[in-house]
Each structure stands twice: as C-alpha cells, then as structure tokens.
Design a protein around this ligand. Sequence first.
Ligand code: DAH
Length: 337
Amino acid sequence: MQQVELDQIRKVFDQEIENISSSGELEQLRIKYFSRNGIITRLFDELKSVPVEEKPAYGKLLNTLRTQATEEFNKKKSLLESGESNDLSKLDLTLPGKIFNIGSKHILTQTLYEIKSIFKGLGFSIYDGPELESDYYNFEALNFPADHPARDMQDTFFVSEKFLLRTHTTPVQIRIMEKEQPPIRAIMPGRVYRNEAISSRSYCMFHQVDGIYIDTDVSFAELKGTLVSFAHQFYGEGLKYRFRPSFFPFTEPSAEMDITCYICLGKGCRVCKYSGWLEILGCGMVDPNVFKNVDYDSDKYTGYAFGMGIERIAMLKYGIDDIRIFFENDLRFLKQF
Ligand code: DAH
C-alpha cells in the first residue's frame, strides 16, 4: 500500500460521508469502513505483511487516516442527531402541550350583545350618540329645566358651562327624534359618566342602554309587555317582576321595574336590603314636554321609554357584588366568563 492509495481511500470516504443525510446511511458507512471487515480495519490487518523498515511510517499514515475518519464520522453523527429531533416520529406526542391563551369578550360586552340581540328580536334598531354632550341634550330637552332639583339626581362632569360628559344615554332619544319621524323603535347603548364617589356600588364611568318606542297609540301595557319579555329572556322564564311608581323628568307616568332577588328568591337578604326585590331599570311614557322639544305632535303620538345600567344588569345576573371589578382587568375575574 502506498500513500497515494491511502489518499484515494480518504477522498472517497470524504465524498461518501458528505452525501449522507440519515442515520441509516451513516450506519452503512460505518460498516463499510470501520467494522471487522471494513476497509480501514483491513488496512491495519495488512500492516503485518508490510516490510519491517516501512512499517513505522506506514503505520503512522494509517493511524492518521483512522483518527481523522473517526472524527468526521462522529461529527456527522451528532449533526444528524440534532437535525432529526425535528422529525415527527421522534417526538413524544404524550407530553403536555404549550398553553396558548385565547382572548374572549369582556363580560360587559357579552351582556350588551345579549341585550342587543333580545331587543333586535323584538323589532328594535340600534343607535349611537356622542359621549361629550351639550347641556341641552343631556338635560334641557329631556325636561330638566335649568336650576331644577332633578338635575341633582345625576352628578355631572362639566367640561364647560354648556358641555358635559353625558350622565345617561337618554339624550340619544332626542337626537333620534330630531332626525326621524315615528314610528320609531330603537335602543341606544353606550358609555356614561357620573361624578360620584367610587365604591362597590358606583363608578365614575359605566354603561347604559336606553330604549324608545314611539307611534300612534303606544300604551303603558305595551311597555310592560316588552320589558317583561326582555326580563324573561334575559333572566329566565320563572322570574317574578313588579312595576313601582317613580319619577323621571322625561317620562310621565314613570316607573321602576324590579325582579325577584336572585340570592334569597324573595325571602329578603342583605343584597336586596330585605325587600326580596331588585331594581333593574327605569321606564315610563314619554312626557309631552319632550315631544314638544322635538316638534312631535303629542296629540297624535305617544311613546314609551326605558333605561337600564349594563353593569347593574350583569351584576344581578352573575352575582357580582362590586362594580369596580369590571374595570380592573384582573384575568382571574375575566376568565370566569
Ligand atoms: N336616564 C335614567 C337614569 O340614568 C334611566 C331612565 C329612566 C331612562 C327612565 C329612560 C327612562 O329612558 O324612560 O337614571
């Protein structure tokens, strides 16, 4: 054996190992070169027949060939192993997966969607209005005269003498009536603001839905029918309800609707202040003074109106006892819905 021949073997080995792409092929290469009958092993066997004086030099060349070939072999082996860990068949599919958190709708959004869908089913359309309102729409047009004590019912954030953050969604009723002629059947959801001390029961910002139905011959009985149908769909068929006389400047007569307390089922508890009832909304027949402000003929048209707080409706439905929790974005709370 000459050095030229060893170089030739090395060259072929290098080419072969370069082209290998799987551990199966690498094993074939191992057998071909390094096994008992492998090319390199046999070269060592043949060393015996080499003339004594050439042995040391040849042996050295042979050792170099084996060391370098082995090194290349090991390098290729670890390269293939790291690459093959991506191979699906080598994955342990029983390992627990990664958790991907999927976003979901806020409970207030869900509640609003439900309210909207119930009223849509009853034939109502949906309207929007500005959160920055004028004193005229928020109070004046709704029959709250200047300096009238009824204005104190709603603590207001004034932006200037004339403008304010709306304290209810009722001003949108005026905006709709100014633009359209009866029959009108609409709900108006949105954000409202009150300058109140923050507590478990009140927050500086919350959401309301107002509703109106205006046509010839709209009656209080229809108002009751609509609201009872809403309450049954939202809280369940078995629910008991009652209407109590109340006061709002923009409706006459006015009422508040109560439902049976969901905690004590009417027996009386801390949540319902031992009355067995929970107030869910305000309502009434649109006051003729409001019709006058939008140039509707109050001899021809009558209408009903109602308004409810979305947080309150959701708190009663889900047994939430602190309004602030809606706005804290604590995932432990949000994830429950
Ligand atoms: N705007 C009233 C409030 O914020 C709620 C309300 C009561 C709205 C009666 C109405 C209504 O449309 O008819 O307290």
